[in-house]
Design a protein around this ligand. Sequence first.
Ligand code: ADP
Ligand code: MG
Ligand code: ZN
Length: 560
Amino acid sequence: MDSAVVTPEGLLASVFGFPCFRPGQAEIVEAVRAGQNTLAIMPTGGGKSLCYQLPALCREGVTLVISPLIALMRDQVRALNEVGIEAGALTSANTEDENEAVFAALDEGRLKLLYMAPERLAASGTLGLLRRMNCTLIAVDEAHCVSQWGHDFRPDYLRIGELRRSLGVPLAAFTATADEETRAEIVARLFGGDQPQIFLRGFDRPNIHLAFAIKESPRRQILSFAAARKGQSGIVYCATRAKTETLAAALEEAGHLACAYHGGMDPIERRTVERRFQQEDGLIVVATIAFGMGIDKPDIRWVAHADLPKSIEGYYQEIGRAGRDGAPAETMTLYGPEDIRLRRTQIDESPAPEERRAADHARLNALLGLAEATGCRRQVLLGYFGEAAEPCGNCDMCRFPARLFNATQPVRKALSAVLRTGEWFGTGHLIDILTGNATPKVKERGHDTLPTFAVGRDLPRPAWQAVFRQMMGRDLLRPDPGRHGALRMTDAALPILRGEAEIMLREDTVEKSAARPVVKALVADEDAPLLSALKAKRRALAEAARVPAYVIFTDRTLIE
Ligand code: ADP
Ligand code: MG
Ligand code: ZN
């Protein structure tokens, strides 16, 4: 096996099919793999199972998993077997055959994970079995069941502490219950005198400002974002290696300290960039996602995405590199229809099996849902990881709430244009038809005689572009790589087309792209020096880029 496959990241991708860890997982996996006693507290849906399943694969011998629900155990065993991992469960619901299969796998030393209900620990012979089978790790799921005060108390969980002592192996406990009393009880009852390493982290990083912007002129947008933060360390993530080089050059030309970083560079050069970033203040690294794994710089003040990331997990991991010191940090993610097209095509053209591609589309949809959020972005983000939250006050949608409008009619008109042209065209041509723009292509195909021709005259072209983008973001329309990216309707659009559902879209982006660029200052009086500094930067930027630069300054955020 090559070494890339046996690292935790390698196994994550090759066995579980996940592109990256969720917040908190990497640290926990590392501690458990290394055989430390651990207690990990993570919200529901945060991905606790993986934090013992993956280390089990890295370790010798068998990992015993204590879990309170038979149905959950069976689900997990089935899922593990499906990806080729030897796992089994001993539960009271097993058939004789199932038991035989588990014992056989144990005898042959094949089994990596053995699930067991806590009641089984009381059965005679269990301890002997566990001794014989080379158990090297105990994982306790839903560890709060050991707490007498909670409503999930399971008396048999009280046997686990003794089991740990008699087997003399490390124990990793997992729960979503974070209150201090329960935690203390878990530690006392499961670990006795051995203080475990405790991982207690909600997913929220409240000091990181979240913002997305429609990609209009990415180079200019990134340059002005960086100009407003000159002298601060930042990262710009790009989708391609070539783009990292051109953007880094553009930033240098505009007077920043900037360098490119990607997997195609010489390893020595890469080390140099990593070292410079760590040591120098105010360096901007323009990178592919190859940059980051080993970066542990506490004072990265901003992260910008010049292209839409691959998934919410990727997005969160990348922006999560900013502001580790807890001080305010800024982020901005650019996205547009081309990003959606690119990511969809990458998924459709990947050699992965059908179900995996469907899951990747669903994951992309979740990210697009965040990009097209109509309310607080942090709520959407944390909700994806299973954590409830109040509106945060530190994202673009909280600061500039979106106005929604009922877009049912325009969306139905757009869908009708898509269907009447046989799902063979892209946004530009469809908008020509809707706005009654009789181009040669429109006339040549007779599309100026369609009933949908010019039915969308009431909206200007940029507004239509925003409608189409949001429709792609909501996965009502999908580009078909087999048809050169022509837009096709998805089943999700049917209820709207049939008049069974209405749809609200964001008006701000519709208006914003329609409006002419403006210079507008909304800076508090005491910030007047800041304003003049920013204005000077804008002028410098306009000169450097040889294009007019327009910026809207607000109290803290700079928006194109
Ligand atoms: P918990 O036990 O913390 O409530 P689970 O272990 O059941 O959460 O995981 C919740 C979901 O998250 C599962 O569908 C799992 O496959 C998925 N998941 C876990 N880790 C990752 C990851 N790194 N990337 C993507 N999905 C993940
Ligand atoms: Mg769980
Ligand atoms: Zn918010």
